[in-house]
Write a protein that binds this ligand. Structure first.
Ligand code: NDP
Length: 479
């Protein structure tokens, strides 16, 4: 692991940073998680700033809501062009703040590309009034009206892409949106909005950086009509409580602890790469990553060996160095969670196949890619969400038992089944309690396909036409 690269931002990245940051001493210090170097200073919004932003949003929204879908989509497409025009500066800033490598697979350049692609896809979905009844009794038509002002609260793992998942459908449906990014990654989201605001009407998209207190103020603000939130289950519950007083609409995309079940007929070599990236995408810091893998006795050693082989070949290091495909954990708290869970796995008799031995003298929150075998299903590394690069591989002898284990937690975001027989895999998928069950892949998302959790992974859908409807209120005109 090479963590030595320290270099000044490119001029394009520095210009973006300067456009959004405040002077030293005037805001929160943001450090590069790979090097510990200071990246910049994020403004800190007060509740008075929030009041003013909500007022601006309300005024902008009235006019925006009058526009047709075609007009709003045209503006969104231009916002996507603006993102593309600044793509490399945005990707560099994202990498420096979040830690993920710039190039190589689903990393920073991919995330920025996904932002423009998602915006265009969201602009293109057809959403027409739905004729529910049209007969002798009369006519009833369902329309989708704007909610008003949406408050979006987001996490630090995919800060730009998750913000776009909130921003694009909210704007498409005639709302204004005020975003509170994670205090760990505010500059990325401020920069993304800065770029989009080159073309968006003033006041429609605003970003207020601040801490959890500001998030709480969003939740209880009477000028905000809906909260869309991605983050932890605990914060999701706090938001739901805070939103109760004025019955705000909610979309809650919360954490998961996704299971993958390998069936006996799977080909270990053929599935190894999909399993690896399902688990280790973004260094494991992904809500719908594969977080516990169930493998039958017959394939156990082969799957473990194939994964160890791949893990050993994946360079981890500073994101600006081209060869790296994995980066650091984004922050100390998450690093500590991963380290604690791997220790708990060792204490519980787990066999560390690779990794598990971080170099504490290196700068940055690098935790090596770690695979742990021979764990009991109730070990904390299996039962708790690690949200980092440490995958437990659990042996099973009976498929019914594996399905019971997969369903045994209170969360249900994603899951996957791995098999050479898609029909059989689909039958198993039907028995798994999760918002999405992938076959022979894990975590693959598509702007057209609705995404959301069951159980304590939240509710409400994102993406596709269903996602648009969740950024609107249904309104029936009958007669
Ligand atoms: P949190 O849920 O604590 O934070 C997510 C966002 O909510 C942040 O913007 C945070 O602000 C804000 N927030 C915090 N408290 C409140 C509140 N009471 N009311 C409103 N908003 C609030 O997640 P963390 O970033 O702390 O990560 C902790 C765990 O969450 C991880 O270990 C992981 O398990 C899970 N997680 C899941 C993600 C997902 O994609 N589903 C993404 C990230 C984390 P601030 O950052 O300023 O405190």
């Amino acid at each position: 692991m090479d963590t030595t690269a320290a270099s000044a931002p490119s001029s394009a990245c520095a210009a973006l940073l300067d456009a959004v940051q405040v002077a030293q001493g005037q805001g929160a210090e943001i450090r590069d998680p790979a090097t510990g170097e200071v990246l910049g200073y994020a403004p800190q919004a007060s509740t008075a700033d929030l009041d003013a932003a909500v007022q601006r949003a309300r005024a902008a929204q009235r006019e925006w809501a009058q526009k047709s879908h075609e007009q709003r989509s045209e503006v969104l497409n231009r916002a996507a062009d603006a993102i593309d025009a600044q793509a490399s500066a945005l990707a560099e800033l994202l990498s420096r703040e979040q830690g993920k490598p710039i190039a190589n697979g689903p990393n920073a350049a991919f995330e920025v590309g996904a932002c423009s692609a998602w915006t265009r896809a969201t602009a293109a979905f057809p959403i027409e009034p739905e004729v529910i009844v049209d007969d002798d009794s009369g006519k009833a038509v369902m329309h989708w009206a704007p909610v008003g002002v949406v408050g979006a609260i987001g996490p630090w793992n995919w800060p730009m892409m998750i913000s776009i998942w909130q921003i694009a459908p909210a704007l498409r449906m005639g709302n204004a949106i005020v975003v509170k990014p994670s205090e760990q990654t505010p500059l990325s989201v401020l920069a993304l909005a800065h770029v989009m605001n080159e073309v968006l009407p003033e006041g429609l998209l605003q970003v207020l950086a601040g801490d959890g207190e500001l998030g709480r103020a969003f939740t209880s603000h009477d000028g905000i009509d809906k909260i869309t939130f991605t983050g932890s289950v605990e914060t999701g519950k706090a938001i739901m409580r805070g939103a109760a007083d004025d019955l705000k609409r909610l979309t809650l995309e919360l954490g998961g602890n996704d299971a993958g079940i390998v069936l006996e007929d799977a080909d270990p070599q053929a599935i190894a790469e999909g399993l690896f990236w399902g688990a280790f995408i973004n260094t494991g810091q992904t809500c719908a990553a594969l977080k516990r893998l169930y493998v039958p006795d017959a394939l156990y050693d082969q799957v473990c060996e194939a994964l160890v082989d791949l893990a050993g070949k994946m360079p981890m290091g500073v994101g600006r160095e081209e060869q790296n495909v994995l980066g650091p954990l984004q922050n100390r708290a998450q690093y500590d969670i991963v380290a604690r869970l791997v220790e708990a796995a060792r204490d519980g008799g787990g066999r560390v196949l690779i990794g598990g031995d971080p170099d504490e003298d290196q700068p940055g929150f690098f935790y090596p890619t770690t695979l742990v075998a021979d764990l009991d299903n109730d070990n904390p590394l299996v039962a708790e969400e690690q949200f980092g690069p440490a995958l437990p591989i659990i042996r099973y002898s009976d498929l019914d038992q594996a399905i019971e284990w997969a369903n045994g937690l209170e969360v249900g975001l994603g899951a996957s089944v791995w098999s050479s027989d898609p029909e059989m895999a689909r039958e198993v998928a039907q028995r798994i309690e999760a918002g999405t069950v992938w076959i022979n892949k894990h975590g693959a998302i598509d702007p057209r396909v609705p995404f959301g959790g069951v159980k304590q992974s939240g509710f409400g859908l994102e993406f596709g036409v269903e996602g648009l409807k969740h950024m609107a209120v249904p309104k029936v005109i009958a007669g």
